[in-house]
Design a protein around this ligand. Structure first.
Ligand code: R5P
Length: 302
């Protein structure tokens, strides 16, 4: 029997292509709020005996977690053979240690919550910095798939003579991979973050790249402070207006418009989070990771 894809909130941009790539049936569910704001959920398509794949759009996650937990528990109660989670964007990865005494390390706590409800997890390029792998904090099989092949294909197709630019040391991992796949050159800059919206970039002399099209590549655009700081440096040094390319476009309050105003020529993101800048489809990448995990857990889930 085909797996059953259960699309939860904020997944309309990717549920169709993902169902196609997974060769899954898309479940009909009734997901809404009671007048008092609580979550109502009902499976119109019954999941008994099926491999259920919950698809959750978890940017700005706090209002969406009840639906995910209720959907997982209800699928099990209705006899699902397994319950996996595709979260194209995995939130709560950035609080990965105690920075100030008394803080919650929410990356760990969120991982425990998800591990308690799903049999497996697939996501795209989670923010792995002080945690080196999802298995450091997740208790279930968890796969971090990479948007790199889809991002490289987009850059090769759309950008003439690209120079890929990573804003900071953390970005080296994906910038170097995307550059290799796109057959492009890349450089990595140095970033100092003073606060959520206060970022300094120290670029070397970039004069030799004036005939390239700069493509700033990062995992996430949140406030866009990072992309704006790099863009300003490129403009100051007389480079072409850059293309800004990220796996996840969160775009906190006005960040998209601010980045265009700072001098970005184009902004493109993958469809992990719904946004008008979505130009890169990662559904095939998510589907092959999910299929791999379903196969991996099959003996123990039956
Ligand atoms: C670094 O920590 C990440 O890779 C991104 O550079 C960061 O999340 C971008 O955030 P913002 O858009 O707020 O500068």
């Amino acid at each position: 029997m085909k797996p059953l894809l259960v699309p939860l909130q904020d997944t309309a941009q990717i549920s169709g292509p993902l169902a196609h790539a997974l060769d899954a049936e898309t479940a009909d569910i009734d997901l809404r709020r009671f007048p008092d704001g609580e979550t109502y959920l009902r499976f119109d398509t019954l999941p008994e005996g099926r491999d259920v794949i919950l698809l959750a759009g978890l940017a700005r996650p706090d209002a969406k977690m009840p639906a995910l937990l209720f959907a997982a528990q209800t699928a099990r109660a209705l006899g699902a053979a397994s319950v996996g989670l595709v979260a194209p964007y995995l939130p709560y990865m950035r609080q990965d240690r105690v920075f100030r005494p008394g803080e919650a390390v929410t990356s760990v706590q969120f991982a425990k919550l998800v591990s308690s409800c799903a049999d497996w997890l697939v996501t795209i390029d989670p923010h792995l910095h002080r945690w080196h792998a999802l298995s450091d904090i997740y208790d279930i099989p968890a796969r971090a798939a990479h948007a790199a092949p889809a991002m490289a294909a987009w850059i090769s197709r759309e950008v003439d003579h690209p120079l890929l630019i990573g804003p900071d040391a953390e970005s080296e991992q994906w910038v170097s991979e995307i550059a290799a796949l796109a057959g492009a050159e890349h450089i990595v800059l140095t970033k100092t973050r003073h606060g959520d919206r206060d970022v300094d970039i120290s670029p070397p002399d970039l004069g030799k790249w004036r005939h390239h099209t700069p493509v700033i590549v990062d995992d996430t655009i949140s406030t866009a402070s990072t992309m704006m700081a790099v863009t300003r440096q490129l403009v100051e040094q007389g480079l072409r207006p850059p293309t800004c390319c990220a796996a996840h476009g969160i775009f906190a309050d006005g960040a998209f418009e601010a980045l265009l105003q700072a001098g970005a020529a184009r902004i493109v993101t993958s469809n992990t989070i719904s946004h008008p800048s979505n130009g890169i489809d990662v559904s095939g990448i998510l589907a092959s990771a999910a299929n791999g995990l379903i196969e991996e857990i099959r003996p123990s889930s039956r």
